[in-house]
Every structure is written in C-alpha cells, then in structure tokens.
Design a protein around this ligand. Sequence first.
Ligand SMILES: [Zn+2]
Length: 413
Amino acid sequence: MSYRAYKYERELKELKEKESPDGSTCLISLYVPPNRAIADFVQELSDEIGTATNIRSKFTQKNVVSALRNVIGKLRLYGHKAPESGLAIFAGATADSGHKDFKLESYVFEPKDPISRKLYVCDNRFHVEHLIEKLGEKDVFALLAIDSAKATIATLKGDHVQIIKSTRSGAAKKHRKGGQSSVRYARLRVEAIARYLKRVADEMKQYFLEDAKYELKGVIIGGPGQTKDQIIEHFDPRLRDKVVGIKNLGYGGDEGGINELVENSEEVLEGIAIMEEKQLVRRFKDALIAGKANYGEQQVRENLIMGAVEVLLISESVNKTRVIATCKNCNHIIEKTLDPIDVDNFSSTLQKDQCSQCKSVNWNVVLKDLIMDLGDLAEKTSTQVEIISSQTEEGRQIESFGGICVILRYVVT
Ligand SMILES: [Zn+2]
C-alpha cells in the first residue's frame, strides 16, 4: 500500500475517534462538492456565526464561533472555487483522552474521489463516515466479458460495478444455413469477428486510456470461448500490459458474464497486491547483496536524512512511538523511539529532568507513530514509501529485518 493511502486512512480513523469537550455540540464538518463557488459557503458559515449567538452555553458558543472562523479561513485559501474533486474541512475544539483539556484543531482533505454531496454539520463528533466509505474503492479495474456474439465493458471500483457499454458482434452464427459456400461463409465470419474485436478494443482504448478520468490498475477479461484470448491481440499495448487476469466463464458477453467475472476476480485482485509486495521484497534482497540496501531504524533514519533512499519499506506491524521533546526555554530537542507502553513513564520522568543546554525543566512533548514519523521524513526527500502487510510471506521477511528496510539510490559508505 502506498504511504499516501495509508496515511489518509489512518488520519480519517483518528478523526473519527475525536470528541468534543464534555460532548458539547461544537465540531464542524463541511463537505464542498467539486468546483463549487467558495463565496456561497463562506456566506453560509458567516450566517451560522450570527445564529451561534443563540447558543445558551457561553463555552460552546465561543468554541462554535472559533471553529466556524477557522473553516472560513481555510475556505478563503481556495480563492473562487473548490478544487476538482471538492474538499472536506473539519474543525473544532477536541478533548484529550480524560476530557481534562481541549484544543482547537482543523483538518482539510482534498480526496481523490470526488465529494458527492454538500454537507454541513455541527455536532459532538466529526462526520468522516462519507470519506471512510470510499476508502475501499481506491483501485479501478476494467472488466470485459466477451464471446463471439456479445461484449460488455464495465469498471470495478471496490465492490462497485458500473456497466459502461454492451455491444453485439453482428457476426453470423457458427453453423451456416444451406445454400452458401462453406469456405466463403467461414471467411466472412472470421472477418466479421475480427472487425468486432477491433471495435471492442477501440472502445476500451477510448474509455480507459483516451477519456480516462483515473489511472487504471488492471484489466480482467472473461468469457466462455476463445474470443477472450483473441481480443488481447487487438488491444492497445498500454492496455495489453495491464491485463492481470483471463477467466473462463459459464456466462457470455453480457451482464451475467460481468457478474461472474466479479465473483472470480477476488483472487486476481489479492494476487496483485501480493505480487507488488513480492517484487519490492525481491528488489530489497537483491539490493542488500549489492550493498545498496539497509535496515534498522537508526541506519534508515540516517540514510533518509542524507536523501540516499529510493524506497522505504515499512511493515504495518511496526508499533513504536517516536517521542519528540522540546525544551520550551531554549528549543533543545531530545528524540527517542519507545514501545507505546513505555511512553507515559518516559514522559513523567522527563518532566523532572533538566535540559542539558540551559538547565531549565520545562518540556513540550510531542508523540508520533514511528511509521508516520519515518514516512513523513521520507516524503521530504521524494522517497517512495510502501507499507508492507504482515499477512504474507514477504511481509514476514520484512519483519525479520525489524520491519524497517530501505533500498538505496547509491552505495552508502
Ligand atoms: Zn533548554
């Protein structure tokens, strides 16, 4: 999984858990559909600030107004209209785990999948469910069910199947009626089928390459006969390279065929994710032999800071916390990686420790998940980051190297 997808998913899940102080209604969720006029939303939120004067609790009223002002500020950064896929903004006072303290937070998302509807909610939680629903739909596949009489093209996005087009071959039946020369009949049929295959291949090219609104992950083809194998020769090379599965079906080139193809595609899709991980792990092991790889947090961190890393591979099973403590007096920084269970202990001990530089005892402590800490560091140096699952053999190999591995751009001495 790419780091971007991992991070997005993780941020949304963290946002889902956040609560307002004592359950007060002061957390704003705003969804702006693609290309909508920003001014309309600024106006609407300004009206909400006016309405907020009716809120009886002064505490809630203050927090609602701050959150609304914050959202308006974020909106204004976009100029006249919302981006092409729209945006979602969340803002408000969120409580810490014991509801002892709270702070104003805000988050802006520009999702890959367009925001489908407008939403404004002020509640005691953030409404992220519409974005979470779309998480499973990251990759788009082209489906083609085909036989010699009919073809149906569809897209598969998560569990969602959309039929794009059905078309008939127009070729005559396999067995001729009496009266025609059998040789001529067979030749006409072969020619008609070739034209039909070319037509379907052109339609696939048009839809998935020329008019494509997204990057295609793969093409899966199915059907009862040989037509499904023959059509590949007619594909644009770019589509041919993306064929990840060819399936024998009981159904033909209609919707029934598409449905059967979807049922059969699960293992293909799983196989792709595993194959990508396999390739990455193989690359890592080859690089290790060539001296162009490294592992272990300390080494990897140094390589990342040098900008020497091409690919960072992190196992999703890495469960550590990076503690970053800053002296509030002189900005001296102490960083340490700990097991999550040891963090509280470390923090409370630290609060009694003197700063080695200025001798004051006043620390600001920030906690970061180690995967996110290294991922963010890698992104700063345009390093490709891959989160490796822990379910597969390849994942376990990465775990055996401590779960943190890098393929280097050059040999580091
Ligand atoms: Zn200090």
